[in-house]
Design a protein around this ligand. Structure first.
Ligand code: SF4
Ligand code: SF4
Length: 385
């Protein structure tokens, strides 16, 4: 029964992933924890809480669920919903301080874009240990004595996740399209549904084959109110052109060609491809659109300030860093992989990291800590203590 529930939750919340899905905040006991048991913390996105609980099912532990307004860890922390304030609040109100003798708490690594380990320590005396990116790696992380391998630190985009993303896009579109079809175009009901589900699946499944052609534009686009979230340029246009070509070929070969047919389907495919080009925090398969101004930033290191503490290496989801433990300094051999998440900057205790803009302007660590990035790539001030 439990397995069935977990399966149903996964399906439903994957289909509705675009919407926040809050679960109760507070303390959850897993197994029979005692005063030496590890303490984990996560956001209150319901699916994440369920997945963390499942990963920890063989462990006796405490799990703290902090308020992220129902957003997942990465979006919540980056967008200013999963904050220092929400973490401190659950640490102080859950009663965990009386239940354990230690003050170590394991955070999901992707929270590092928004939650400052130094500040948590200063305000609560709890020491933050950055756990793995994926909850499924928690058992190995514990077995390894809370050590992460470089694989555990890296955000990958495996097939399962790509299929989840495809379903996340297709489901809300299919509802809109079905309503419109029901009202105006009932005979195309089936074809529209096939199209709306097939296109995202094809794009996400074959994403690794074409993603290398999605490099962001070299120059800043001219921003205006219509180009904030859409990038209807190279890849979407090629897709649209290809679809119309196939449509014309198919209709000619089957003898159903008419200009009305071509125009209707060209319009529908244009709208669908436009929607799938929505640049929401990189969740589109046409993701490196270059509409987010942050994508033009370059990560930079002030070697004089760096003391080799290694927090940047611990939190970077793209493995951009190598820590030189002999020279107490970090090197950045893979900056080309940087996705401008800002986690390394937020966590560096010596402010040795910062972004540089296209105009070579220095963007200070304080700015990155204070202004959080929303879904459409705009930074806003967040009251993050
Ligand atoms: S850049 Fe900052 S976090 Fe990274 S090793 Fe240097 S001092 Fe530590
Ligand atoms: S190097 Fe880039 S990807 Fe890595 S943590 Fe820093 S900003 Fe994020």
């Amino acid at each position: 029964m439990k397995r069935l529930n977990y399966f149903a939750v996964n399906i439903i919340e994957t289909l509705l992933r675009m919407a926040p899905f809050p679960s109760k905040t507070g303390l959850i006991r897993i197994g029979n924890p005692d005063s030496n048991s590890p303490v984990f913390l996560t956001c209150n996105y319901h699916l994440t809480v369920e997945r963390v609980k499942k990963s920890l099912k063989e462990v006796d532990a405490y799990l703290l669920v902090a308020n992220s307004k129902g957003y997942n860890v990465w979006c919540g922390a980056t967008g200013g919903h999963f904050t220092n304030h929400s973490v401190i609040s659950v640490l102080k109100t859950s009663g965990i301080e009386k239940l354990v003798d230690h003050r170590n708490i394991i955070f999901p690594q992707l929270a590092a874009t928004g939650i400052e380990a130094r500040l948590i320590k200063k305000k609560t005396a709890w020491k933050v240990i950055w756990g793995p990116v994926y909850a499924k790696d928690l058992p190995t992380f514990i077995k390894n004595g809370l050590m992460k391998t470089s694989e555990m630190r890296e955000v990958r985009f495996p097939m399962v996740q790509r299929i989840e993303m495809a379903a996340m896009w297709a489901f809300p579109f299919s509802i809109i399209v079905n309503i419109v079809a029901f009202l105006f175009w009932q005979e195309a009901f089936l074809s529209l549904n096939i199209f709306i589900w097939t296109l995202p699946f094809l794009l996400f499944v074959f994403f690794p084959l074409y993603s290398k052609y999605l490099s962001p534009k070299k120059r800043r686009p001219s921003f205006n109110k219509y180009t904030i979230v859409f990038d209807f340029s190279r890849v979407p246009l090629i897709l649209w052109g290809f679809f119309i070509f196939c449509l014309a070929l198919y209709s000619t070969l089957t003898g159903i060609f008419s200009w009305g047919f071509i125009c209707r389907w060209s319009f529908v495919s244009f709208v669908v491809i436009l929607l799938i080009s929505l640049d929401l925090m990189g969740s589109t398969p046409i993701y490196k659109s270059g509409l987010h101004e942050d994508r033009f930033l370059k990560i930079a290191l002030d070697k004089v300030r760096c003391k080799g503490a290694g927090f940047c290496e611990q939190v970077c989801p793209r493995n951009c860093y190598e820590l030189d433990k002999n020279r107490y300094i970090v090197t950045m051999p893979r900056t080309d992989r940087c996705v401008q998440c800002g986690a390394c900057i937020v966590q560096c205790p010596f402010d040795a990291l910062y972004f540089r803009s296209l105009e070579n302007e220095k963007i200070s660590p304080e700015t990155i800590r204070k202004f959080k990035l929303n879904l459409i790539g705009k930074r806003k001030i967040v009251d993050n203590l």
